[in-house]
Design a protein around this ligand. Sequence first.
Ligand SMILES: [Zn+2]
Length: 509
Amino acid sequence: MYSSVLSATISGVEGVPVLVEADVSGGLPVFSMVGYLSSRVREAQERVWTALRNTGLTFPPKRITVNLSPADIRKEGTRFDLPIAAALLGAFGYLEHEKLQGVCMAGELGLNGEIKGVRGILPIVDTAVKNRCPLCIVPSANLAETAGFCGIKVLGVSSLEEFLELAKLEDWGASLVSEPESKEEKDEEYQDDFSDILGQEAAKRAAVIAAAGFHNILFIGTKGAGKTMIATRLPTIFPELDREDSMELSRIYSVAGLLGGERTRIRTRPFRSPHHTATAKALAGGGAYPTPGEITLAHKGILFLDELPEFSRSALEILRQPLEQRKIFISRVHGNYEFPADFLLAAAMNPCPCGYYPDRNRCACTRHQVENYLGKISGPLLDRFDICTEMREVPGEKLKHRSAGKTSEEIRREVLRVHEIQKERYKGTEITFNSRLSGKETEKFCITDKNAGRLLGKVYEKLGLSVRGYYKILKTARTIADLEGSEKIRENHISEAVCYRSIDKKYWK
Ligand SMILES: [Zn+2]
């Protein structure tokens, strides 16, 4: 007898439908599994068989063939255990074949028949929706993640026994098991606030511009100036994600196995700050079957690299392609994988190994040492920062007289307003933020008034800017103008944007 059921495998962060087929026939009792399987999928044979018997079912000795199709896609992971068991139950006549049609399932089996949670449930449910499956069966442990899907019923099961009970019901009734509940949406509360930072007005202003236009930002300055303090407060001035972005991010975190428990949705922009010992693989996503790396986990949010020059050259170089294309491609023997990676790069660094350059009273580094240190940041990488801001230590005496300035909430409202301006301006295009404009789009959307145009022309010649540098100034100026609510870019917007481009010239000559 033959039976089949739908499941899905994960490629990158997308689900790919996989049909799990089982056939039982007379002949020598052997169990074979085919369909371009990784060793972990092959092991399912032992798990499924033992789990089925431990559930109290008996099976006559038969020739069993299980096939996972299509055969040209590599299947990986333990999520096929449950669909294999279901297809077998169908083939042995414990379940009607018709009953399994229109059902998509995934789950790992324990030898005692327990059904355990798996990574990547969201893309699997997505696949079910795309394939017009009315029902999805997932491990109870993953059920909360699936809340909020429309047009599909999702049921959670925690053991094979429970699964069989459920299957006995006329219409896969929901009486025995729980359906996912939509949890109360709650704003994330931050411990830190922008008003914690005293002084450092210029750097704070730069951070606000970066958040408003999603510009990459580099904080450079003496030790103890508070670079990390500002950078780690960046997430507090970002508005919440909209539903679409939230779903996309949740899918990524589901594949990475980072959803579960209390955390069933990603609603705020992620902030990832890998340590400087992180390898290129950890940033990009590694393994024979790659899972999302730091840059993908920072998608739609902030990737913060503290002590930038301390990162290995290979780790820094791997950032260049995703910074340009907003996604990363990984090639493996079994296939090519694509992961989204549209993040804001924030970085902080000391200007020299001791951290006090250019204060020659305190910095004891030789010229060569300083150059070497700064040289670790390659020109092309440096070029990816729209905003470079310098920070100096503020003496304690002076700090006493400084006011705290705006709170994160006040700034967040400003940033939200600028995000909305951009949404309106780029309606019907793929553009999300000012920083994402191509050359041609920059010409179209960044209109300067006469004086601003003249100033930009002068700067272009004086600083010997590249075309890329020229556009960068325009894009940053666009955001500054938006913060001011100005339709046209004026002279003061250009001159401020130029400041953020000329600080790096001071260090990297
Ligand atoms: Zn030094």
